[in-house]
Design a binder for this molecule. Structure first.
Ligand SMILES: N[C@@H](CCC(=O)N[C@@H](CS)C(=O)NCC(=O)O)C(=O)O
Length: 212
């Protein structure tokens, strides 16, 4: 099976997929996207967003759909708990980040806020901080309500939930957001960031990461 991931070093939705590929030990080719307006890329992904996975010439977009596909193609190790309720909770946690937060703080939305809406840089930063605070407090509350103790979000190993959490926590740190009120998120993020599948998925570990 030939997997080709079209992404960029700084593409948090792509980083989620890279983490899952690494957790599963799947081999893939990393294809850096030259431009989102590139005709060839638009032909592959008409939405023009990152990432896109090619699998034996067939194309799948949307990081959540790609990660679920990888779970079906490579069931071991699983990235989703066995228990049906925990499984749904892990997916809900991931969706808070991937659907609710990412879609309002992503680059194209913030660029639109700048032009044509006319927001100043400080307003743009406040927009990001506002939506981030809502989401991280929701995620921390979701973890507080777990009925069993786990070293990671919903189990003994990281999976879908952490693949969404870790790139988003990195975005928050880059924006100098104070995360000290979210000790469970900070602890799980810190544990993941020491693990090889997460380290190999970071922006700095990608072939298109700019040289200093
Ligand atoms: N829901 C999509 C979101 C994809 C997305 O927005 N990717 C961002 C990068 S993380 C992107 O392509 N941004 C380009 C832009 O905002 O112009 C997914 O999960 O794959």
């Amino acid at each position: 099976m030939k997997l080709r991931l079209h992404t960029r070093y700084q593409n948090s939705a792509g980083e989620r997929v890279r983490i899952v590929l690494n957790l599963k030990g799947a081999n893939y080719e990393y294809i850096p996207i030259p431009s989102l307006n590139d005709d060839a890329y638009r032909a592959l992904n008409p939405q023009g967003l990152m990432p896109t996975l090619e699998i034996d010439g067939r194309v799948v977009s949307q990081s959540m759909a790609i990660m679920e596909l990888l779970e079906e193609l490579f069931p071991h190790p699983s990235i989703i708990p066995d228990d049906a309720v925990l499984k749904a909770q892990a997916r809900a946690f991931a969706m808070v980040i991937a659907a609710d937060l990412h879609s309002v703080v992503v680059g194209r939305v913030r660029r639109y806020l700048d032009d044509p809406v006319g927001a100043h840089a400080a307003q743009d930063d406040a927009w990001f901080a506002h939506w981030l605070a809502q989401v991280v407090s929701t995620l921390e509350a979701q973890l507080s309500r777990r009925t069993a103790q786990f070293p990671f979000c919903f189990g003994d190993q990281p999976g879908l939930a952490e693949a969404c959490l870790v790139p988003q926590m990195a975005n928050a740190r880059r924006a100098n957001c104070d995360l000290s009120s979210y000790p469970q998120l900070v602890a799980i993020d810190g544990a993941c960031r020491n693990l090889d599948p997460f380290i190999r998925a970071t922006p700095a570990a990608q072939p298109d990461f700019p040289e200093a």
